[in-house]
Design a protein around this ligand. Structure first.
Ligand code: GLN
Length: 491
């Protein structure tokens, strides 16, 4: 039975369709796997086994009646940032206490409408702020991967660390995640999984706990590129309930995965070669270039001259938007309240005890950069830089179809290694924030194992609304890399 948990989403769908197994059998296998692994790996912060088995039985009935949807019977994990009706949703923050939504996010509703089964809610950095999942109120998950010969617990990345852990450790077929500055792609790279951030506005933000609304985007973390294409097709939709949701058709991306890269022009941006980047990442990048050339793509050296300003601009824009979004947590309407002597002291007490240290740091930065006298110097300036970054991409995309870069400047690091220095932690996002600032799609695909035995990812950035090319290039890299490694089970 446990072999069922090792299936990819697309293979599991074929098995369900051919009635090789039922959704109940598949779901029970995952419920058992979660029961056996979660105390050690801490991927799930809410487990919903009864709900899952009930949804599985309903799916089996639909299938028997010939009414199965595209994800019918597929057990998935949901990042704790998606509102799920009747199931606690806290974005892993104490300030949301036991908040249990009375409504469903559009993305998760799309999944249930397609027949998917919910296994539970997945761990994440508090309000999705972080790169290591250490800011979760529930403590971080453990990366199923370890360095060869070491017992040190590594981070699965952040903020979608629970999603990446659950997928890599076979605790769900696939998972939802979200990406404001890299939170889908970096955890995917750290765990040997695939993660795509679609174009800004492809998926609805309705019912997603907001971090930075002009950057937040939903997307999946999966075991392979085909699964990412399938799950993205279901998650993305136009939604009148989100004014920034794009009124466009969602293409058939699954078809694109195997189309190859023959005749494509792939750009390699020189600014993504940063000081101190390990040689192995350089080598992986060179290997990726070679693979694409061998498969018939033309490689073009390109320049994105404003890249060096992306991280500072992101760490102004994201905290600014967060400080505005998180103003709603005042102890009056949601979650926790610390009663003070008067209204102001109630606000202060609630926010001081409800928000963790990293969230408070962001709120202070955000409030500062938006304050009168500093607004023009910081926030407006960062917005101008953002425009320049977008223009850089627009210029190179006149000449190339997609860009190839490493996903991260390092493999997974151990807990505590960067915790003391927020800037060190922010630097991990150097290759991922640009796609969010420009609103572009970006996918991370596992491509190699480093000398310490850890997975490394390559990133493909595409033109706006051209996820199809991302899937084609990622599919080609996946095929060339033949990446099949799994972490050896120690948990
Ligand atoms: N690591 C980045 C941050 O801390 C990105 C987080 C995200 O994409 N949600 O802001």
């Amino acid at each position: 039975m446990s072999e069922l948990t090792k299936l990819t989403l697309t293979d599991a769908m074929s098995g369900l369709e051919s009635k090789s197994f039922s959704s109940r059998e598949l779901t029970q296998a995952f419920v058992d796997a979660i029961e056996a692994s979660n105390d050690t790996l801490n991927a799930y912060v809410v487990k919903t086994p009864e709900k899952a088995l009930g949804m599985a039985d309903a799916s089996d009935e639909r299938r028997a009646a010939g009414k199965a949807g595209r994800l019918d019977g597929a057990p998935l994990g949901i990042k704790d940032l998606y509102c799920t009706k009747g199931v606690r949703t806290t974005a892993c923050s104490n300030i949301l206490d036991e908040f249990t939504p009375t409504y469903e996010s559009t993305v998760t509703q799309n999944l249930w409408d397609a027949g998917a089964v919910m296994l539970g809610k997945l761990n994440m950095d508090e309000f999705a702020m972080g790169s290591s999942n250490e800011t979760s109120r529930f403590g971080p998950p453990s990366n199923p991967w370890r360095r060869d010969g070491s017992n040190a617990t590594l981070t699965s990345g952040g903020s979608s660390g629970g999603s990446a852990t659950a997928v890599a450790a076979d605790m769900c077929l696939a998972a939802t995640a979200s990406d404001t500055g890299g939170s889908i792609r970096q955890p995917a790279a750290f765990t040997g999984t695939v993660g795509i951030k679609p174009t800004y506005g492809r998926a609805s933000r309705y019912g997603m706990v907001a971090f930075a609304s002009s950057l937040d985007q939903a997307g999946p973390i999966t075991k392979n590129v085909a699964d990412a294409a399938l799950l993205s097709e279901i998650m993305c939709s136009h939604d009148p309930k989100d004014s920034t949701s794009l009124s466009v058709e969602t293409p058939n991306w699954l078809e694109d995965v195997s189309k190859g890269v023959k005749g494509m022009r792939i750009g390699v941006p020189k600014e993504y070669r940063v000081d101190g980047m390990p040689q192995e990442i350089e080598d992986l990048w060179a290997q990726g270039i070679k693979w694409l050339q061998e498969m018939g793509a033309e490689i073009v050296d390109v320049s994105l001259p404003h890249t060096k300003y992306a991280l500072p601009a992101y760490y102004i824009v994201a905290p600014a938007e967060a400080s505005s979004n998180l103003a709603r947590y005042d102890g009056m309407r949601y979650g926790a309240r610390v009663q003070g002597d008067n209204l102001t002291s109630t606000y202060e007490g609630t926010r001081a005890s409800g928000f963790g240290e990293e969230v408070q740091r962001r709120l202070l930065i955000g409030t500062y950069v938006l304050s009168s006298g500093y607004y023009d110097a910081y926030y407006i300036r960062a917005q101008k830089v953002r425009t320049r970054i977008l223009q850089d991409f627009e210029t190179v995309f006149e000449d190339v179809d997609a860009l190839l870069t490493p996903t991260c400047p390092s493999a997974a690091f151990a807990y505590g290694e960067k915790t003391g220095d927020p800037v060190q932690m922010y630097l991990n996002d150097i290759f991922t924030v640009t796609a969010n600032l420009a609103g572009l799609p970006g996918i991370s695909v596992p491509a190699a194992i480093d000398a310490q035995g850890l997975p490394l990812g390559l990133q493909v950035i595409g033109k706006a609304l051209d996820e199809a090319t991302c899937f084609r290039v990622a599919g080609a890299i996946e095929e060339a890399a033949g990446f099949v490694a799994k972490p050896s089970k120690w948990w």
